[in-house]
Design a protein around this ligand. Sequence first.
Ligand SMILES: [Zn+2]
Length: 511
Amino acid sequence: MINLLTLATLSVAVVAHDIRNVEHLPRQAPSSSPSASSSAAPGSSTAVPSSGVPSGSSSAASSAAVSGVSGVSGVSGSSVASATPSGLTTLTFTPSSTNPTAFPLQSITANQVSPATIPLSSTPAAGATPLVSGAPTLPDAAAIQSASYPPWDTKPPTDSDEVKQWVQEVTNSGVNIPNIDPTVAGGCPANPQAAADTSRCWWTCGGCVRNTDISDCPDQLTWGLTYDDGPSFYTPNLLTYLDQNELKATFFAVGSRCVQFPHTLQLEYMTGHQIAVHTWSHPPLTTLTNEEIIAELGWTKKVIKDVTGVTPNMMRPPFGDIDALWLVWIFRKCRSTNQKYPTSDRVRAISVAMGLTPVMWSRLGPAATFDTDDFNVHGGLTTSEQVLNNWEGIMANATTRDSGFIVLEHDLFVETVELATGYILPQALAHEPPFKIEPVVQCLNKPMTDAYIETNDNTTNPPAASGAVTLSAGAPGSAQATGTSGAVSLASSTTSSLVAGLLLSLFALQL
Ligand SMILES: [Zn+2]
């Protein structure tokens, strides 16, 4: 009941900050290829990553732009950017602080003329010793060759020796991989039965979170700073600002971009930022077969390991598209069927089997998340002013909530980086009471060594335990559980958390 009341209170707060529900807007993702006019050399290019919908993903994710806290990120069948930004073009507040060298807000618009990127502050040398205790020395970035990896921004093939090995490893992990079909591309509108199923707890179509996901930092006023979709041409600009202000972040890196910008990824890692997985080609994962999900996560883990020497143990699903069947899971738990995962909790189960803990972003309710909607400025779907209005509302809610928070932002586009360095971060640094800004692993009160498989000693961050479940052989997408796991730690739960979860779910259904 306490959770229910808290949620109700927070919802009132959301309304107070002019939350409005708008239809999910299409979100674009980068599309680049090795033949594109790009360079892996740091600071050597002023080209802008072209926007578009990645092949292999006919559905573009979306994010509702609202003032203060944005709507649930979903998946839309539409991929055409609106010609008219939907956001406000005026600020509804006076910023407490901005960067004196920031671009004027009015100039941060869709497809703005891009300024020259700045060079990386340094290029770490092969063989250098990382800050992370116990990590291997830094690999040679020059050894990263596109030919050694799948084509950029497309779903990797599932018949390669590498993917076959990873599928076998998932099989051997013992984690129960549920036997359900992928969703149809197009998200909620294209999957009406699943979206309307009130017992189905699909993050994309209703905002269900599991208590085992990371979506908040535990300590009040603590911000787990994250950036998605990079590295990009503009990441060095962000890194320079973060360095000047002694800030560290978690970067959810796209595998294709890691091949494109290995020096940038190395600098992130070597200067104390956390690196985590954000898939190879940025698809909505629930639309993929089991093998395709394994390929997306596996190749991204591999390229990050090749570039940095360490393997991340956290992931963020693109568009937050991750699935669950929470109520069924609860009922099954109550019937003591020994079912440790929801029967449709497929993406989570595969992630865990691959040693990756999902990291979402903070949520106030079924239709309100801490999403700045910065991504949609580049495509003309919202305005920079609206993004800052969103940010102002997020900070207001972050100040009064009992826990810390995680916000969705991106380092892909010039607009997102300019908004971060010119406005969002300066305002956060000037906030009273002050925010404690940290990478996600550290906001969880864990050391950076816990962020990588090679350096995690498992004392404070144990991996998911293996049980006795196998991934059945068969056609892609047909994998099913052949047993039950007896000790999957990620799914550990208590009676109180189950009650809280049930209340949350019931509360969600009422709205
Ligand atoms: Zn993303």
